[in-house]
Design a protein around this ligand. Structure first.
Ligand SMILES: Nc1nc2c(ncn2[C@@H]2O[C@H](COP(=O)(O)OP(=O)(O)O)[C@@H](O)[C@H]2O)c(=O)[nH]1
Ligand SMILES: [Mg+2]
Length: 246
């Protein structure tokens, strides 16, 4: 019985990988960089995206918005005049807690990939499942806000291990969090991430945004035709910096 369950799960992941590969081929053909944004609900994915859109009017950005229900975030982002496609995982997908490659593929028909430089996929807020499902992305970015506690990398290691970058956000709140230990968060990240890469920022104040925008540019540059195959994404991304300002 147990073995059957494991086999079904493996087959599902294999099927997902096949579709993710097809998505990836479409993204490559269109020359669009794809970033999969993941976090717990409320960590600040949408606000961070709003910041990117506000600061980088030169980039042609599209968004795939994943939610179990509703279009609250998609409506927020559409107001900024970018193409946004909503994916609701409870309409025909059984209320899933993550996006998979097939859901993304179904939504691609509503986007003109060739008109985009960057496609950001805001995954469903969840700290377990999204990491297991490739969607054809170039990079996985994990957002962790300072109010979530330093122990999250140890409690949800897969999400952090699979991330190409961790953004520690809401740093503007640090003055109200005297118990937050930056050194502990960094230590915990290093325990689960093979190559810890971390950018601290506040989407609210804008502090630290430059490093994140530079990282996004580095992802796009990695896709340039003369980039070496298999080149590490954004190898120069800043290591974990000081979170509290002096
Ligand atoms: N103080 C502060 N609040 C933030 C920041 N980023 C997001 N928030 C707030 O956190 C809440 C959830 O943000 P949202 O972007 O919707 O999170 P999501 O569920 O991950 O998309 C909202 O009340 C935001 O205003 C930040 O950098 N600083
Ligand atoms: Mg959101």
């Amino acid at each position: 019985m147990h073995q059957t369950k494991v086999k079904v799960a493996e087959d599902a992941l294999d099927a997902n990988t096949t579709i993710a590969t097809a998505n990836r081929a479409d993204f490559d053909r269109a020359g669009v960089a794809v970033v999969n944004l993941m976090s717990a609900p409320g960590a600040g994915k949408t606000m961070l995206l709003e910041r990117v859109l506000a600061e980088r009017g030169d980039l042609r950005v599209g968004v795939l918005e994943g939610d179990v229900q509703g279009s609250i975030d998609a409506d927020r982002l559409s107001a900024l005049h970018v193409p946004v496609v909503q994916i609701n995982t409870d309409s025909g997908f059984g209320g899933e807690c993550h996006l998979d490659a097939n859901m993304v593929r179904s939504a691609l028909a509503d986007l003109k990939l060739a008109d985009l430089d960057l496609l950001v996929v805001e995954n469903v807020g969840n700290l377990v499942c999204p990491a297991e499902f490739r969607i054809g992305e170039d990079a996985k970015v994990m957002i962790c806000s300072v109010t979530e506690g330093e122990d999250k990398p140890l409690k949800y290691p897969v999400m952090f291990r699979k991330a190409d970058l961790v953004i520690v956000t809401k740093t503007d709140l640090l003055p109200a969090l005297p118990d937050f230990r930056e050194d502990l968060l960094r230590e915990n990240l290093a325990r689960v991430m093979p190559e810890p890469r971390c950018i601290a920022l506040s989407a609210r104040s804008g502090e630290g945004m430059d490093a994140w925008l530079a990282w996004l540019d580095a992802v796009r540059e990695t896709l340039a035709p003369d980039a070496a195959p298999g080149e590490t994404l954004a190898a120069d991304a800043a290591p974990a910096g000081e979170l509290r300002s002096a």
